[in-house]
Design a protein around this ligand. Structure first.
Ligand SMILES: Cc1cc2nc3c(=O)[nH]c(=O)nc-3n(C[C@H](O)[C@H](O)[C@H](O)COP(=O)(O)O)c2cc1C
Length: 191
């Protein structure tokens, strides 16, 4: 049931070294590719890095420009601490062996919305396959360097595209986090 998968998904921030299979990755990418997209334009580009060394390099690039001063004070999780909670974390992708970068056309109003529809489809498909995931932001900053631009060029991402975010993928190291209760009063039905 879809609702079981939705409830089962958690943002995972600790991974084993085991790589996910190419077959599973392809299913996850297909789910992303079928996401709703503004105007039906299918503008986003999805680049999967199925290479743990390169994923780690990107994870470090993802953290290198992280400005803690801009945080408005948040705490994510005791069980699965994030870079927000733990300043000693240097890899923004938490050692996940695969990362999917989602790019959008810089001047397109719905580039970010499109990207996160793709991300959600992918994390749900990953959950169904028993693969852990986390959506990670700071896309633009990650590629804002000579090295970042060189990688985008190598991957064939057009120059007027910007990374909107990432989905990291792998197998959880440890126990699944506990279910997070939902805050009351956020959902209303008006008949
Ligand atoms: C738009 C967006 C950006 C996020 N960026 C990050 C991020 O950069 N790093 C991270 O560890 N988690 C990130 N997350 C994951 C959230 O922290 C996570 O969804 C939230 O804590 C709720 O936990 P859950 O996903 O396990 O339900 C992001 C989630 C969303 C929707």
């Amino acid at each position: 049931m879809l609702m079981d998968i939705i409830r089962k998904r958690h943002s995972i921030r600790k991974y084993t070294n085991e790589q996910i299979s190419r077959e599973d990755l392809d299913k996850i990418l297909e789910a992303g590719n079928f996401a709703p997209n503004a105007g039906g334009g299918q503008r986003s580009m999805i680049v999967a890095v199925h290479n743990s060394e390169l994923a780690r390099r990107l994870g470090i690039m993802n953290m290198s420009k992280f400005n803690r001063g801009k945080l408005i004070g948040s705490y994510v999780s005791k069980e699965q601490p994030s870079v927000i909670d733990d300043p000693t974390m240097k890899d923004g992708f938490y050692g996940a062996p695969t990362v999917v970068a989602i790019f959008g056309q810089a001047n397109f109003l719905f580039k970010t919305a499109d990207a996160f529809c793709i991300a959600e489809n992918m994390v749900l498909q990953a959950t169904e396959l028993g693969i852990s995931s986390c959506i990670v932001s700071r896309g633009e900053e990650t590629f804002d360097s000579v090295e970042g631009h060189a990688l985008m060029a190598e991957w064939g991402v057009p120059e007027d595209y910007e990374c909107q975010g990432f989905v990291i993928l792998g197998y959880i190291d440890g126990e699944e986090p506990a279910f997070k209760p939902r805050k009351p009063g956020r959902v209303k039905v008006i008949e």
